[in-house]
Design a protein around this ligand. Structure first.
Ligand code: HAM
Length: 438
């Protein structure tokens, strides 16, 4: 027997039982963003490899170890996007959306791909919802992005389980000066560093700051700190952001070790973290990347954004038991039909009802079956009413309407009156007045 086909490790199917919570998250987020004046952008999943190598940076884990890269039939090197920022910057540049200092406030959602070690909250195909803003240089927009995420946590009912970590990485010059000082300090203690950090000392020394190794962390306690190297403009920018967060009552912790794993950041960086998900506790991360558009050949364009992991948010909603109970909408009615003539009448009646009531959720029995089996299926479907069409109903041009979720006798309703009677259910205006409980 042939081996059962399986999905690739770390790439999950999102089954029908899970899609309602995904849609709930996506819809809540889209609605919130539209309320703040953000517009959706949809971007390709595949890009030229060079985009990520240049954008995210050689020497980062994402580029060096985690990309799904292959050659297409034309020998071009392509990569499945590991994140959304680089592609978004490419798109706004390619279409001139930021020319003349135009402000863009954009959001996107979709799958991202990283060859990481799969575990709870960490997958090889995962999904992000992200936001990118262009041509707004001040801390006001950094604060808006954080306020917007804080509002999302409140709407989702997870605000008490997440906290905000904040840092400023300063200008690229300040970072370069800091990097030299840090390398100098760690070089003298090279032997005490863990293996990963020893490697990073030449490739990406700032990433050593968020090493999980206890001995390395102990060494870092005496290391120079980035905040002492901040340039004046970055210091003022950070102060402006903190003042706004304070004014809005948004709590945060300054974490001088927060550097983020992608090279494009400067000045503001932030993460929303939770302690309820184990090791993969970052649900949202972002920051300013004022240099990236210029690096891609565009005019210098202030840019800032963030992305959140949908899988981690779904896990968080489930862990905290705050998934709304009403996400799955059962059908309004289920038509049972007995005999070929009734089946024919059922499908034509169903299509007429759908014409009249576009919001109607109507199931029509398929595959025949006895009265008992069709009625069982109607009940199992969760529908509120069974609409019964047998020989007698057909002759009288009526349906028998039997409530399935509440007590009540079966009543006869003329086909011509059915749409009007069902409309009350569709509008859900008066739940109990639905279907003839005058
Ligand atoms: P990131 O921190 O690499 O940033 O990813 C953002 C979020 O995506 C993480 O906080 C996490 O929730 C989720 N995530 C990342 N990797 C995985 C994974 N393997 N499995 C499950 N979830 C994951 C970025 O991607 C930046 N592009 C964010 C940004 C936008 N910065 C500025 N603009």
């Amino acid at each position: 027997m042939s081996k059962t086909l399986q999905a690739i490790r770390g790439m999950n199917d999102i089954l029908p039982g899970q899609t309602p919570v995904w849609r709930y998250l996506e819809n809540t987020f889209a609605e919130l963003l539209e309320g703040y004046g953000y517009q959706e952008i949809r971007l390709p999943i595949l890009e030229f490899t060079e985009l990520f190598a240049r954008g995210i940076g050689e020497g980062t884990d994402v580029v060096d170890k985690e990309m799904y890269t292959f050659r297409d039939r034309n020998e071009e090197s392509l990569t499945l996007r590991p994140e959304g920022t680089a592609g978004c910057v490419r798109a706004v540049l390619e279409h001139g959306l930021t020319g003349g200092g135009q402000v863009q406030k954009l959001w996107y959602a979709g799958p991202m791909f990283r060859y990481e070690k799969p575990q709870k909250g960490r997958y090889r195909q995962f999904h992000q919802i992200g936001v990118e803003v262009f041509n707004l240089p001040g801390p006001d927009v950094d604060a808006e992005l954080i306020a917007l995420t804080a509002r999302l946590w409140r709407r989702l009912g997870v605000a008490d389980a997440v906290s905000l970590q904040l840092n400023s990485l300063g200008s690229s010059e300040a970072r370069a000066r800091y990097r030299d000082a840090l390398v100098d300090y760690l070089q003298q203690r090279f032997e005490q560093l863990d293996e990963d950090s020893q490697r990073r000392l030449t490739t990406n020394p700032l990433r050593i700051l968020d090493s999980k190794n206890a001995q390395t962390q102990a060494l870092l306690a005496g290391a120079p700190v980035l905040s002492d190297f901040l340039d004046e403009e970055s210091r003022l920018h950070f102060e402006g952001l903190r003042n706004r967060l304070d004014a809005m009552g948004i709590a945060y912790q300054i974490n001088t070790g927060l550097v983020r794993g992608l090279d494009y950041y400067g000045r503001t960086v932030f993460e929303w973290v939770t302690d309820r998900l184990g090791a993969q506790g970052t649900v949202c991360g972002g920051g300013r990347y004022d240099g990236l558009v210029g690096q891609f050949g565009g005019k210098p364009t202030p840019s800032v954004g963030f992305a959140m992991g949908i899988e981690r948010l779904v896990l968080l909603l489930e862990t905290l038991a705050v998934v709304p109970e009403t996400l799955e909408q059962p059908a309004h009615a289920y038509i049972c039909a007995f005999g070929e003539a009734a089946e024919l009448a059922a499908v034509t009646l169903a299509e007429r009802l759908r014409d009249a009531l576009p919001g109607l959720r109507l199931l029509v029995n398929a595959g025949g079956g006895s009265f008992k089996s069709q009625f069982k299926k109607a009940d199992k479907s969760g529908a509120r009413f069974a609409l019964i069409l047998g020989e007698d109903e057909l002759a009288a041009r009526v349906v028998g309407c039997k409530p399935l979720r509440e007590d009540g006798e079966q009543q006869s309703i003329a086909w011509d009156a059915l749409a009007e009677r069902l409309s009350a259910c569709v509008e859900q205006a008066q739940h109990n007045a639905c279907m003839g409980k005058e």
